[in-house]
Ligand binder design. Structure first.
Ligand code: KG4
Ligand code: ZN
Length: 339
């Protein structure tokens, strides 16, 4: 148990990422981004699988080299088993299984959504959240509010009924003619813009669930109307459009978090997933936290977007409780966090 080196392999979407952890400490976390999707305005599953196939071995070699850990020293192999793009998951799972078989290592099958949450437990300068805490997971594929009662014990309080928050950013960016992924670009342009210049419709859903498809439609119709009158409307108002859209998405996200805190009485709020990199979301969450006396936890950006380290830390906890997978373990495109 003392020399626990866990390998983490993430391949659920468009990034191949492999990490080596020594217990909870990251020794290497190497990510090969796939540029190929930008020209198609979104992730093309077929291309993603092929790119994983190409990137997997070089990414492992780089991770081992950076960590200074050899294959012989590894204690276990963890991999993303669900949810995600099936072809992409199959590449990572097959690779992980081959490695585990060749080196006679235990295998750990990880749920990607749980991994986003457990990224908070990676050793670092910030303290891990005390339990229980609320986690808002916001990524390109998911939007959830989860009550984390313990590691491995979760209560799903709400989730999106249509688009994810990252998808809302990316689709709006596409409407404005920006390349994929548009979220970071909207964040960048919004810095120069007026967040109250335009207003877009917000969903009115009574529970803790989210919906972003109405906002996307209202944004699309608004722009179609404006561009008919002035073909240069988007270019002339890009910063204000980005700032106003971003404010709306962040307000939608935080309204439900406020309600979740009210309902549970838990005042520790954590962010997870790629959209946690958004500067307005961070700023408004910190502001709300100061007003409401919440404790906020936001992992470093490298552990917010998809990464091997979060898969390895989840694998680490599974290893400690002896929750190993067999070589027959299936991958699943869909799999809830709480079953
Ligand atoms: O967690 P992640 O890397 O992958 C998924 O599991 O989906 O999240 C990627 C998503 C994309 O939709 C991307 O546009 C969004 O996170 N994103 C952002 C920002 N950085 C990444 N959205 C808004 N503002 C950002 N700064
Ligand atoms: Zn993710």
């Amino acid at each position: 148990m003392n020399d626990l080196y866990i390998l983490g392999i993430e391949s659920s979407c468009d990034d191949t990422s492999i990490a080596v952890l020594y217990r909870r400490k990251v020794l290497a976390n190497v990510t090969a981004n796939q540029e190929i999707h930008a020209q198609y305005g979104g992730v093309v599953p077929e291309w993603a699988s092929r790119a994983h196939q190409q990137n997997m071995v070089p990414t492992l070699q780089a991770a081992l080299q950076q960590s200074g850990v050899s294959l012989e020293q590894l204690s276990a192999v963890s991999f993303t088993a669900s949810p995600g793009l099936l072809g992409s998951l199959l590449v990572g799972a097959s690779f992980a299984k081959s490695l585990a078989m060749a080196r006679n290592l235990p295998l750990l099958a990880v749920n990607h959504l749980e991994a986003h949450i457990l990224a908070h437990f990676i050793e670092g300068p910030q303290a891990a959240p005390d339990l229980p805490f609320l986690c808002l997971t916001v990524s390109g594929g998911h939007t959830q509010i989860v009550l984390v009662e313990d590691i491995g014990q979760y209560r799903l309080l709400g989730e999106t009924i249509d688009d994810a928050a990252g998808e809302a950013f990316d689709k709006a960016a596409k409407i404005m003619g920006l390349p994929y992924p548009g979220g970071p670009l909207i964040d960048q342009y919004a810095r120069e813009g007026d967040p109250f210049r335009f207003s877009f419709s917000k969903p009115s859903i009574p529970d803790l669930n989210y919906s972003f498809s109405g906002l996307k439609t209202s944004f699309l119709y608004f722009l179609q109307k404006q561009v008919k009158e002035n073909p240069d409307f988007i270019a002339q108002h890009l910063a204000d459009l980005c700032a106003s859209l971003q404010r709306t998405i962040v307000e939608i996200l935080l309204e439900k978090v406020r309600e979740a805190v009210r309902q549970t009485g838990v005042k520790r709020v954590a962010l997870a997933g790629g959209v946690s990199a958004n500067s307005a979301l961070r700023q408004m969450l910190l502001q709300t936290a100061a007003e409401q006396d919440w404790r906020v936890h936001i992992p470093p950006p490298a552990y917010c977007t998809d990464n091997g380290a979060m898969i390895a830390i989840t694998g680490y906890y599974q290893y400690l409780r002896g929750d190993f997978a067999t070589l027959e373990h299936p991958v699943k495109a869909r799999e809830p966090l709480v079953s």
